[in-house]
Design a protein around this ligand. Sequence first.
Ligand code: NAG
Ligand code: NAG
Ligand code: NAG
Ligand code: NAG
Ligand code: NAG
Length: 510
Amino acid sequence: MISGFGQLLFALFGPLSISRSALFGIFLTVLLNNSYTVLALKSPFLPRHGGSLGSTAKDSVIKYKTLYFDQKIDHFGFHQDGTFKQRYLVNDEHWYKDGGPILFYTGNEGDITWFCNNTGFMWDVAEELKAMLVFAEHRYYGESLPFGKDSYRDPKHLNYLSSEQALADFAVLIKYLKRTVSGCQFSPVIAIGGSYGGMLSAWMRMKYPNVVVGALSASAPIWQFPDMVPCGDFYKIVTQDFTRSGLNCAANIRQSWKSIDNISVTEEGLRWLSSQFTLCSPLKKTDVSDFKAWLQETWVNLAMVDYPYEANFLQPLPRWPVQVVCTFLRFDPKTVSDHLMLVGISDAVRVYYNYTGNVPCLNLSSTATGSLGYIGWYYQACTEMVMPMCTDGVQDMFEPQEWNFQAFSDECLALFGVRPRADWANTVYGGLDIASHSNIVFSNGGLDPWSGGGVTRNISDSVVAIVIPDGAHHLDLRYNNEYDPQSVLSARAQEVEYFKLWIQQAKRKG
Ligand SMILES: *[C@@H]1O[C@H](CO)[C@@H](O)[C@H](O)[C@H]1NC(C)=O
Ligand SMILES: *[C@@H]1O[C@H](CO)[C@@H](O)[C@H](O)[C@H]1NC(C)=O
Ligand SMILES: *[C@@H]1O[C@H](CO)[C@@H](O)[C@H](O)[C@H]1NC(C)=O
Ligand SMILES: *[C@@H]1O[C@H](CO)[C@@H](O)[C@H](O)[C@H]1NC(C)=O
Ligand SMILES: *[C@@H]1O[C@H](CO)[C@@H](O)[C@H](O)[C@H]1NC(C)=O
């Protein structure tokens, strides 16, 4: 999901992401001409990134068939009877063609090939389980656009973008595969997803237990909704990562905001900042809050992808990137000058943006992802995925910002012509009360800020939590790697054991 809340919607979006994503029509204009003060348009998966294949498995070749299914635009009403092409990817090279299981990735907010490339775990276990792999694209993202290039044009066209419609798409697609692919009829289907896709995989099992026998829900903040977890947990976890990754690291970042204020009061200070950060375009007085939001987003993204090995998930990064960042922020915050502080900060952000060494300048507006659909996620956040976030500057290292639902709602209205329904997620997906479900594994990494909204305690014998203390954002879904900590190896082994159990149960029943 998008990590860049910041103070300004603008900064989350980055003016950039918009132009890059397949955004059409009126919203572009609206977005570019306004600055917003909203906190909650954060998406669990959409940090700004430039990366593509996040795998470090050197010789993993991903091969799949790309297929399209005629999917109903509206599963819940009968007036709109049109269809669209939903994209899905299939690999059956290891599949036992007479009832072998199907591992079904419930696609999140972006191009499905990107999730397919970044879910090495499924590729690693396909052979052992003799499983078919299916990656289904979420409507309104990638190529699965219900109204083609008009899909984002106005609230009327966006009206069919919801998690409920997406889940129904997955259920209908699975039914179709079972009906039409020879050997599939008795194949037990396991839903798998990470981040928002993990929320969908868990909800898939809750809503369609007749269609999937179980679900692995990785780094899925299904409790990041109003009144379920404290709004400050997310940024608290980000801060903890920096605190444990180097002496004074979080304390210096906490103090750096004031240093920016101090320096940016003069024209000369602004010029110095622009040059010290090698910014592509000079900083103006009015850009200072965007600049801070950009830094804030950078720290958040680093926490999310604090992987134990060199990886290119969001950006090419060294192993344990937060530790590397913290080597530049060791000074004593009590005595450091504002200038030295910001020299350290500028070196630290270069770890994120210039690890490859071929970035000529830092672009406050070009860090967005190409594969993920920002605008679609903002619309979802502005309707049913209301995820409160806040900071207090004490328990976290950021400038204080309260959660203000009314302001958020007003800006959603301005942006999309809709108002969010704060309580709907709780009503439709059960909130904290999920004990009556079965066969769901929630996995979370201790380093992942999204674990704050995740299920990290066992709910019952068959709704279980696996915690990976050294894991960042769904580390368990990535390819095996020689630097993987023991905790993720045993998490993956446990997950496979649950898969086998669910498959056994299904066979006994069938
Ligand atoms: C996924 O990997 C395939 C090749 O394995 C590549 O062609 C494709 O561009 C990748 N997709 C993304 C979004 O990175
Ligand atoms: C900012 O300026 C004030 C007033 O000159 C000074 O007391 C303070 O130490 C400076 N830096 C920070 C980080 O507050
Ligand atoms: C990126 O790294 C290269 C090589 O060290 C350096 O020449 C370049 O100035 C750096 N760019 C930025 C924006 O820091
Ligand atoms: C910064 O990023 C924006 C959006 O991607 C792009 O239009 C602009 O050309 C970039 N500026 C530079 C100097 O690279
Ligand atoms: C939940 O139960 C499983 C199985 O007993 C156990 O392995 C796991 O550690 C428990 N999870 C937590 C968070 O206590």
